[in-house]
Structures are given as structure tokens and as C-alpha cells.
Design a protein around this ligand. Sequence first.
Ligand SMILES: N[C@@H](CCC(=O)N[C@@H](CS)C(=O)NCC(=O)O)C(=O)O
Length: 324
Amino acid sequence: MSESPGHVQGSLAALYESLQTSVLQLFTDPTQLSPGQAVLVAASALFVGAVVWTCCGGQRWTKVKLRAEFTPGMVYLHTLPAVKAIPCLTPFGIKLETYLRMADIPYEPMYGRSIGPKGKVPWIEYNGEAMGDSGLIMEFLNREKGVDLNRSLSDADKAVGRAFTKMVEENTYWGMAWNRWIDNFDNLHDLFEVSKTVMFFLRPFKGRLQQTMWAHGIGRHSKVDLEGIIEKDLRAISTFLGTKPYLMGDEPTEVDAAVFGQLSELLWTLPGSYLHRIVTVDCPNLQAYCSRIKDRYWPDWDQLTKNAKKTKEDMSLYSEIFSM
Ligand SMILES: N[C@@H](CCC(=O)N[C@@H](CS)C(=O)NCC(=O)O)C(=O)O
């Protein structure tokens, strides 16, 4: 039997009245709250919290802890610590650090304070201010330090550089993320050099990444389709690079930092994957390109990766970042 609208309205009014009384009781004498009232107040608080959370898009605001002291003009680079295969496990970190090296900008890497202003790594502290996003940081430092790695490029070349940067960061990147964190999560302990039990604490990130990729849209493809999409990206870079030493010609420009950031993760952290096969076997000019940039800008690569076995503190840093 269905209830009449008048009856429903009456029940809602009674519920509202009871809630009002309970909230009043909570603020006047909470010890007198009956169990039923307590449940009603708690359920309402949960409901309001869920509505606020949804309206804010599930965004969590992070408060950045800055250094108490700093050297004016020094870039404090917050990024992920090295693993045995690579000095930094985020392609955006490799990109930013390669740019700093190409532009000869002094910086100090920092691994302890993970949370940046956008809840992502890398980020920097500069003259007491925090800044996130590798691309925006590069634009800022170009202005601040009077640097322009793209100075020799025509406007059309700059446009091509921008298009490749966005392709690798907004598209190709997800192929790496999927392969590392979803397809091969069970083997990741080897890269971190920790036990499988420790990796259990990073497991929630796998599910969160799947949700992110679904929301983005790229996570809705079948594995075969996704691999085909990423392969076309890599072949496009390879074709454009051809026999040139760098993407835009004889000298490196900003796009090389971005593309190296992404390709280096495929080449050195995903052995045995289809991505590694493309970069080494199908498009060997990409492998040579990565080695060229590594040899020129990362003479300390082996030093940095030699003793990269992860401590418990390192792993809690990863789990802090990836649980945000
Ligand atoms: N557009 C950003 C992307 C940075 C980014 O996505 N970093 C990833 C690591 S590869 C991250 O911090 N992920 C944690 C998260 O999304 O919560 C940049 O260029 O810095």
C-alpha cells in the first residue's frame, strides 16, 4: 500500500522536529541525549558531510609545510626518492630535474615533505613559497631566472614542442601508469626492493588509479586498445625524432625534458613490458635518445640509483603521496 503525500510530509516534519530537539540537546546537555537521538544526530552529520564532500568534488585541501629557513634564489625540489632503476619514480620529477640541469639552475632535492600545494609530486619551494606542476614551475623559473631553452625555436616549432609535451603527459603517461601500477602491481616490490607485505600498504593506490583513469576516459579501453593507443604515440615520437639528436634539432629544448621524463620510465623501470619492447626493439632511436640525454645531463645516475633500497620511511612517503 503506498503512502499519501500528506502522510510523508507529516513524517518528514516529525523527523525534522526530532532532529531539532536532538541538536539542541547536544549543545545544551549532551549527557541527556537518548541513544535514538544520538544515532539521529550522527546520521545527519554524516549526511551533511557527504553532501559537502560531493559539492566540493571530493577535493582534499592540503596544507603545505614549508622550510623554516631557505637560501634566497635556491630551488628546493620535492620529488620521489630514487629506486634501483631510476633516480625518480615520477616522469614529471625526471622532467623537472632534467630541465633544471639543462638550464643550469641550482637546486636542492628534498624527499621528506611530500605534500605539495596540488597534492602531487613534484613541487618546489622557492623564496618561501610553494608551487606545484612541473610545467608551471618551468614557466615560472624561465621568467625568474631569465632562462629560455626554446629561444632558437620558431613559433611553429614551439607549437610542435607543446603538442608533443601534452601528448606524452596527458596520454602516453597513462600507459606507463597502467602497466606499472595495475598490470604489474604484484611485481612492484622488486623495483622498490621491499617485501610483498610492505607493498600491501600501497595497494589502495591501484584502485584509486583505476578510478582516476576511468574518470579520465582512457581507463575505459580494453587492454588491447589502450596498448595500441600508446604504441601510436611512441611511434609518432620516433618518426618525428628520426635521426636528429634531439626532438627539435641539434640542441635540447624544453620538450626533450618532458619526453625524456616519460620515456626514461618506460625504458628503465618496465623491463619485459610491451612499452619497453617498443622503445628498444621497434623504435631503437628512442632508446638512443634517452641514453644521449642521460649521459649528458645525469652523470650521477648510477650514483643516485646505487643505494636506492627503500627504507620504511621512504615507503611511508610513497603511501602518503599515493593515498591523497
Ligand atoms: N601535471 C603535473 C602532474 C604530476 C603528477 O601527476 N604526479 C603524480 C605522480 S606521477 C602524482 O603526484 N600522483 C599522486 C596523485 O595523483 O594523487 C605535473 O606536471 O607536475
